[in-house]
Design a protein around this ligand. Structure first.
Ligand code: KG4
Ligand code: ZN
Length: 372
């Protein structure tokens, strides 16, 4: 690869309920450019069911993806011949949707005679901060999404060491379930954030599971049960009840994340001998779009001499820019994949991960959840 020539990559994301295509260009020594970023959310189609329906998602991806790719090329004022490689999410996720995106990427790669890059969706979330900001390896990552809640040490592209994870619900899942309990709408995270803004977080007492424990793990199911009991004891809920419960719930989550991340930063300092100026805490994944949580984590990062970095909200929730960027990172290292690469419903980022579902989409694919 010629380091003086820019690399232009088309990214495709179809692992859950956003159909997305993006084009990112990077050249050694220059800031990367997002030339196109097109996302079609399927929220309205899934809303009546209170969660993502895999069949509907897969059909919607196949109905819209071609048009979105054409739109991305149009926005970037490029032709297919200008694309150096095609990057697509190859998992983890709802398998029908992943197959649609990966098969489209393979067809383009084959037809254009360009390399395919099969991207792990979680790696997309994990590396986005390096597109937006000056973040060198290693860094500490809090990955908080609809189905995963993990603390990882990111040592390099493809090199992840997991410090902690949730032992039950993922944090985004907890937000979604909490909103469902109060009938606030789907997806729950943004709704809880909106209601919490007008609420009193001290009115209702809610637990802080795992706080103070000598590990880096999370647990949110007890918090959800406590919320359910409060909801049931206060029916019918007034608007004020909803706002106060949402604020109490969001604050409890903030306390849990802050406690776990404080410990993680102390551990990270011991393990990686970084100068204070080089310490970075990155938050990524859909829940990282929450402004209250960002500001809570910003405070504890500052106390520990870390810089908090979080991509803009639109690149925290699922999007193809993160997949195109992960594609650039991998392509720059010569990491490309054969056209025989398979779509994967499960695909943990770290090799040591137990064989459990790691993301909302996966759990749904496995039929283990989504009765929210
Ligand atoms: O990363 P993402 O788009 O999809 C997955 O890979 O899971 O994350 C979606 C999750 C949902 O659970 C949604 O409720 C949550 O992120 N979320 C939020 C906010 N925006 C999205 N949670 C809390 N506050 C938000 N503002
Ligand atoms: Zn995601």
């Amino acid at each position: 690869m010629n380091p003086h020539r820019p690399i232009t990559i088309l990214g495709i994301e179809t692992s859950c309920d956003e159909t997305s295509a993006a084009i990112v260009r990077a050249k050694l020594g220059n800031s990367p450019q997002v030339l196109a970023d097109v996302t079609l959310s399927q929220i309205a189609e899934h809303q009546p069911f209170g969660g993502v329906v895999p069949e509907i998602a897969a059909r919607a991806h196949s109905a819209h993806l071609d048009r979105l790719i054409a739109q991305a090329l149009h926005d970037a004022q490029l032709g297919l011949g200008d694309i150096d490689a095609i990057a697509a999410t190859a998992g983890p996720g709802l398998i029908g949707g992943v197959i649609v995106g990966l098969a489209t990427a393979k067809a383009l790669a084959y037809g254009l005679n360009r390399p395919l890059i099969a991207v792990n969706h979680l790696e997309g979330h994990a590396l986005t901060a390096r597109l937006c900001d000056d973040v060198a390896f290693p860094y500490l990552l809090l990955l908080v999404s609809g189905g995963h809640c993990q603390i990882l040490a990111v040592e390099g592209v493809g090199q992840y060491r997991r410090l902690g994870t949730t032992i039950d619900d993922a944090v985004g899942e907890a937000f979604d379930k909490a909103a469902k309990l109060m009938d606030l709408g789907y997806p729950g995270g943004p709704e809880i954030e909106r209601w919490a803004a007008a609420g009193d977080p001290t009115r209702f007492a809610l637990p802080r599971p795992m706080v103070g424990r000598p590990n880096f793990d999370f647990s949110f199911s007890g918090l959800k049960t406590a919320l359910r009991q409060l909801v049931e004891a206060n029916l019918p809920l007034s608007r004020k009840d909803c706002a106060d419960l949402a604020a109490g719930f969001q604050t409890a989550i903030g306390d849990c994340l802050a406690d776990r991340m404080q410990r993680a930063m102390e551990h990270f300092n011991e393990r990686y001998d970084l100068q204070p100026d080089d310490r970075r805490l990155v938050i990524a994944g859909g829940v990282a779009a929450n402004k209250y949580l960002r500001s809570r984590l910003g405070e504890i990062a500052e106390n520990k001499n870390y810089r908090l970095i979080s991509p803009p909200g639109k690149w925290c929730t699922d999007n193809a820019v993160m997949i195109a960027w992960a594609g650039i990172e991998r392509f720059s290292l010569g990491l490309v994949d054969p056209l025989t690469t398979r779509a994967r419903a499960r695909w943990p980022l770290d090799q040591d991960a137990p064989a459990i579902a790691h993301n909302r989409a996966q759990m749904m694919a496995l039929g283990q959840t989504k009765q929210i």
